[in-house]
Design a protein around this ligand. Structure first.
Ligand code: PLP
Length: 284
């Protein structure tokens, strides 16, 4: 089956699908995106993803190119045409194509691209055995709450992790506090069993998975504080884990060269992971 993309109003094979060389997404990373997991043919947490998309667009003053009802039809059609049962939908909106000039163009039409691809759910071994992460300075801009396509710092961070044999890099702000991973949110469980994750300030993306996990924690009555934590605190934590739409929840068992807790996935993370997997299998 050849892959089909939706590009500015048309369904095209990937071979034909293209945006203009003066598209501002290409020239300036002047655009936003979303990644929605597809689980058993259903879209996981579509509504909060669209809410966040609108927030990102509003922050960058980009007008939505089509209404939500039409967008939902396009998303479903792309999932169907690509035969995706388990995988992801990728959606990008840029300010559009215009002669290269930093200030907003007077008359550019925002570009909408929607693609989907099949992918396996995260390797169950990662959930069972846990993952290693490294820590790196957070060199990103000060509006990481916007899901902007300007991801080069995240790209460099993820590559640094890969080169050290780690799954992810946790970024650390100038005050020595962990912000988040390069494509995931960061969590720890302290010695007294409290789950800690940074509050959704402008230094992190407010993950849709983060929101789902927070709802599970509140529902189950676990102790929770939304606050920043340091690398030393994370290394001394009882448990640590990360979350995203594609990684779901993965236990972190090593930070730089230090084991977390006993160096094995902890019980609270495993409970939250199971609850999230159930949530992802049942919500639309
Ligand atoms: N933080 C960053 C920087 C991300 O890029 C992502 C996902 O792409 C996340 C956190 C997790 O967000 P979500 O749970 O919505 O996938």
């Amino acid at each position: 089956m050849s892959r089909i993309a939706y590009v500015a109003g048309q369904y095209l094979s990937h071979r034909q699908a293209a945006v203009h060389i003066e598209d501002r997404g290409f020239q300036f990373a002047d655009g936003v995106y979303e990644v929605i997991a597809v689980n058993g043919g259903r879209l996981v947490d579509e509504a909060p993803h669209l809410t966040r998309l609108h927030r990102s667009l509003a922050e960058l003053r980009i007008a939505p190119p089509i209404g939500d009802a039409a967008l939902k039809i396009v998303i479903r059609e792309i999932v169907r045409r690509n035969g995706v049962n388990t995988g992801i939908v990728y959606l990008q909106i840029t300010r559009g194509a215009a002669p290269r000039e930093h200030a907003f163009p007077k008359a550019a039409k925002p570009t909408l691209v929607v693609t989907a691809r099949r992918s396996r759910p995260p390797d169950p071994r990662l959930g069972r055995d846990g993952i290693a992460i490294i820590t790196i300075p957070d060199i990103r801009w000060q509006r990481c709450d916007i899901k902007s396509v300007a991801l080069v710092a995240n790209v460099l961070g993820k590559q640094a992790a890969r080169e050290k044999g780690a799954y992810e890099a946790w970024q650390v702000d100038r005050a020595g506090q962990v912000t988040e991973g390069t494509s995931t949110n960061a969590w720890i469980v302290t010695g007294d069993g409290t789950v800690v994750t940074r509050a959704a300030d402008t230094a992190i993306l407010n993950g849709v998975t983060r929101l789902a996990i927070l709802a599970i924690i509140r529902r189950e009555g676990y102790r929770l504080i939304e606050r920043a934590f340091t690398v030393d605190e994370a290394k001394a934590a009882r448990e640590a884990f990360l979350t995203s739409a594609t990684a779901e929840l993965l236990p972190v068992v090593r930070i730089d060269d230090s084991p977390v807790g006993e160096g094995r996935p902890g019980p609270l993370g495993q409970k939250l992971r199971a609850a999230y997997v159930a949530h992802a299998a049942s919500t639309g």
